[in-house]
Design a protein around this ligand. Structure first.
Ligand SMILES: [Mg+2]
Length: 210
């Protein structure tokens, strides 16, 4: 057609989709808008302690900056470079997460529990990153990973039963689960997509890629 060959973007399609597309943003906003309605309605029916459980990375925190660094350097993910990134506290926000979280906090007796595979030793920098973004709350509970064997299944159970790390807080009814990976939600057929569990898009990494 006589046009110049389009310049190939320097980053992967997955990263460009997350950082540049209106569609990624729309899916996130759509998910959180719909979740807010469901959570508000469900919370009203809860007589006792209730919570929402949220994953952090690519659910609340946007780590596309880390991915950009990796692709620029031609490196693959490593635990070492990941921890350097976590300590920098430079993660941004997934679209819609901040508004959603602040509206949930305004609901009576709301509690937000973060179950993340970030290591528990990095709870403080993680909290500071969330504070910087204006999404940290004084009564949030952080259930980060103690060691490799400390799976999300174990921590989900502690939340639901009020055992282990949750003894001091007691058992919570979880009205909704949020994540970007299947393992962020308990494997329970009673939990329905779009009602009790909400998935955010992450085309950059996941178990599907391993
Ligand atoms: Mg995640």
């Amino acid at each position: 057609m006589g046009c110049a060959t389009p310049q190939r973007a320097p980053f992967s399609t997955a990263l460009d989709w997350v950082t540049r597309s209106r569609e990624y943003k729309a899916v996130c906003l759509q998910t959180y808008a719909s979740a807010l309605e469901k959570v508000a309605a469900a919370a009203q029916k809860e007589p006792g302690p209730w919570a929402i459980v949220m994953d952090l990375d690519e659910t609340v925190l946007d780590n596309s900056g880390y991915q950009r660094d990796l692709e620029t350097k031609g490196e693959a993910y490593s635990q070492e470079s990941w921890e350097v990134w976590v300590l920098k506290k430079e993660a941004a926000l997934v679209p819609g997460a901040k508004e959603f979280i602040s509206k949930v906090r305004a609901l009576p007796r709301a509690r937000i529990i973060f179950i993340s595979n970030r290591y528990a030793r990095n709870t403080n920098p993680t909290r500071l990153n969330l504070e910087k973004l204006g999404v940290a709350g004084a009564n949030d509970i952080y259930m980060l990973r103690k060691e490799k064997a400390d799976t999300k299944i174990i921590r989900q159970k502690e939340v639901l039963e009020g055992t282990g790390r949750m003894v001091k807080h007691g058992a919570h009814r979880v009205v909704a689960w949020f994540g970007d990976a299947a393992h962020d939600m308990p494997d329970d057929p009673k939990l329905k997509w779009g009602t009790h569990k909400f998935m955010l898009p992450n085309p950059i990494y996941g178990n599907w890629d391993e």
